[in-house]
Design a protein around this ligand. Structure first.
Ligand code: DX5
Ligand code: ZN
Length: 217
């Protein structure tokens, strides 16, 4: 299991400190949420954030782009050293545009991931599974941290686990939104490989214990 702390919930005034903390609690990925104020109402960072990320961490840079025109954003983040760029299926018009987005991300050396919102049927992502590093199941509406886990996400994870294993695909399942000690365990039991957690981790004195709960220790 891979833990991916979301820096959306971290102290923005000390991002290097947040990266170090992620490493110290056993994270392998650093989850970076990018919002453009269009695909979702809020805005976070652009690719210049990578100038702070790159020199301050050796964790896998797991960039989740909640944006319109993901091929443009994806290419810019790949150029800036993102390891994984995950875009939204809902942000592309059709499969062809999805393939173009994957190509734009991979062209500059990043791996591509694809994400689905809570109301998107899991079957819609099936054609992409042989082509991507990971599939990100949003277990809240994308756009902000601190929301409540949507339990129907568990069925999606189970369906994906079964479909990926049955076909022998090399695709990881990541879950994002409302993850805590309890929901995290349920996601792992359903077949998830990567847990994103923001507000459950950052800002708490007992962050180490909380991370252990997610890691099953
Ligand atoms: C929401 C973001 C999440 C967010 C999760 O749109 O994609 O990564 O940081 O926050 P929590 O863990 O607080 O639900
Ligand atoms: Zn995210």
């Amino acid at each position: 299991m891979i833990l991916a702390p979301s820096i959306l919930a971290a102290d923005k005034a000390d991002l290097p400190g947040a990266f170090k903390l992620a490493k110290r609690i056993g994270a392998k990925y650093l989850h970076i949420d990018i919002m453009d104020g269009k695909f979702v109402p809020n805005t976070t960072w652009d690719e210049s954030l990578m100038d702070i990320v790159n020199p301050n961490t050796d964790l896998v840079k797991d960039v989740h782009i909640m944006v319109e025109k993901p091929w443009e954003w994806g290419s810019r983040f790949a150029k800036k050293g993102a390891d994984i760029v995950t875009f939204h299926l809902e942000a592309v018009e059709d499969f062809r545009q999805g393939l173009e987005t994957i190509a734009a991300i991979e062209k500059d050396g990043a791996e591509a991931g694809i994400s689905i919102k809570p109301n998107t049927a899991v079957e819609e992502v099936f054609p992409y599974l042989p082509l991507v590093k990971l599939v990100l199941v949003m277990s809240v509406e994308p756009g902000k941290g601190g929301q409540k886990f949507i339990p129907e996400s568990l069925e999606k994870i189970k369906t994906l686990r079964h479909h990926i294993d049955a076909n022998g695909y090399n695709c990881l399942i990541e879950v994002d939104g409302g993850i805590n000690g309890e929901t995290g365990k349920m996601c792992l039991e359903a077949g998830a490989d990567i847990l994103v957690a923001g507000s459950y981790l950052y800002g708490h004195e007992d962050i180490k214990e909380r991370a252990k709960a997610l890691l099953g220790k």
